[in-house]
Write a protein that binds this ligand. Structure first.
Ligand code: NAI
Ligand code: MG
Length: 345
């Protein structure tokens, strides 16, 4: 098998959590070949002004899938560098669907009091290319008390329809559409219309609608009510941090950036490079390992992906976890626990 996977370890804890994730890929012996782009990082950006070369992009584009740790460096601030990698990848590959599954691996990880309504097991589908993060806008009289700043919430029929179709395509039971059509009128009406059209194309699923404020509340009072939640770029960004917190935090939150038409996929933990703990060896590798599981599933190995998830669940069950989940193991030790689980007959 000549399947080639591009790997971008990145910065900070990125390489630390990618290492155990690659060990998982290795032990599963899927016949994939790893193409590690370990120069795509802040050092390269600092010395050359660009972290992702056209040649890198070609290698990514022609590979089966990409696994990324995290990018980000305190020396570089938050915008230009991180955008130059993540936004470039998402737009160059047109990865319009951000798929963020959340599952409560153990009761102990839930911050919720009501133990009958903790068991979150849902997916946030976030539109990844337009909305409030479209980059359209500007400011005038900048820096003065008369400054006006505008960021356009851009929604297209094409963009909204395809993300809704994607949401229905990954649903098990139901799709809940989240917007703010009562206050954000034009985009809201477009989402509503596209939703009704999408329901016609996918009549076999239950479907519902919530305004984003109500959705935030319902996620906390009864997260068990949700299967797939589909929403725009900014609401998806915010709600997926909320759902991550309901399941144990950023250390367990995995994601995929997908284009179902081209089958391109970028798989990455939701968290960033965590400079505050980088180098201390305590980063939780589950988010990266679960992102690798999504990648494995994307390649058609659903059983192996499930085995990885069961191994993570077993480690959590046994309390063999990093400090963010209340344990005392290191990144490497947790990686070894997962490998040992996977090796069990
Ligand atoms: P962050 O996700 O890196 O960290 C937020 C907090 O969560 C920190 O206290 C960190 O220690 C903790 N945390 C994150 N992942 C963890 C893990 N696996 N195990 C244990 N604790 C973990 O977000 P922050 O601090 O806002 O951003 C740091 C850098 O990462 C910035 O440069 C930012 O731009 C970048 N970033 C990159 C992302 C990506 O590569 N996809 C996503 C988010 C941020
Ligand atoms: Mg975010």
């Amino acid at each position: 098998d000549s399947k080639r996977i591009t790997v971008i370890p990145g910065d900070g804890i990125g390489p630390e959590v990618i290492e155990p994730a690659l060990a998982v890929l290795d032990v599963l012996a899927l016949g994939v070949r790893l193409d590690v782009l370990d120069q795509v990082n802040a050092e390269t950006y600092l010395s050359t002004g660009s972290a992702l070369s056209p040649a890198d992009l070609d290698r990514i584009r022609t590979s089966e899938a990409t696994l990324l740790g995290a990018v980000g460096d305190p020396r570089l601030g938050d915008t230009a560098y991180v955008r130059s990698v993540l936004t470039t990848l998402r737009s160059e590959l047109d990865l319009y669907a951000n798929y963020r599954p959340v599952r409560l691996w153990h009761d102990r990880l839930s911050p919720l009091r009501d133990d009958t309504r903790r068991a979150i097991d849902c997916v946030i589908v976030r539109e990844n290319t337009e909305g409030l993060y479209s980059g359209v806008g500007g400011s005038t009289r900048t820096g003065s008390p008369q400054e006006i700043a505008i960021d356009v919430d851009l929604n297209t029929h094409h963009g909204v329809s395809r993300i809704l179709d994607f949401a229905f395509s990954v649903a098990r039971r139901s799709v809940c559409v989240v917007d703010k059509a009562n206050a954000v009128r034009n985009g809201g009406q477009l989402w509503q219309r596209c939703w009704h059209e999408a329901v016609e194309r996918h009549p076999q699923f239950d479907t519902s609608h919530l305004y984003v404020d109500a959705a935030a509340m319902k996620l906390v009072t009864d997260p068990t009510a949700f299967d797939v939640i589909v929403t725009n770029n900014s609401y998806g960004d915010i709600l997926s941090d909320l759902t991550a917190a309901l399941a144990g935090g950023l250390g367990v939150a995995a994601s995929a950036n997908l284009n179902p038409a081209t089958r391109q996929g970028l798989f990455e933990p939701v968290h960033g490079s965590a400079p505050d703990i980088a180098g201390t060896g305590i980063a939780n590798p589950f988010a990266a390992i679960l992102s690798a599981a999504l990648l494995i599933e994307h390649l058609g190995h659903a059983e192996e992906a499930d085995a990885v998830r069961r191994a993570v669940a077993a480690a959590v069950e046994a309390g063999r976890v990093t400090p963010d989940l209340g344990g005392s193991l290191s990144t490497k030790e947790v990686g070894a626990v997962v490998l040992a689980e996977l090796r069990q007959p």
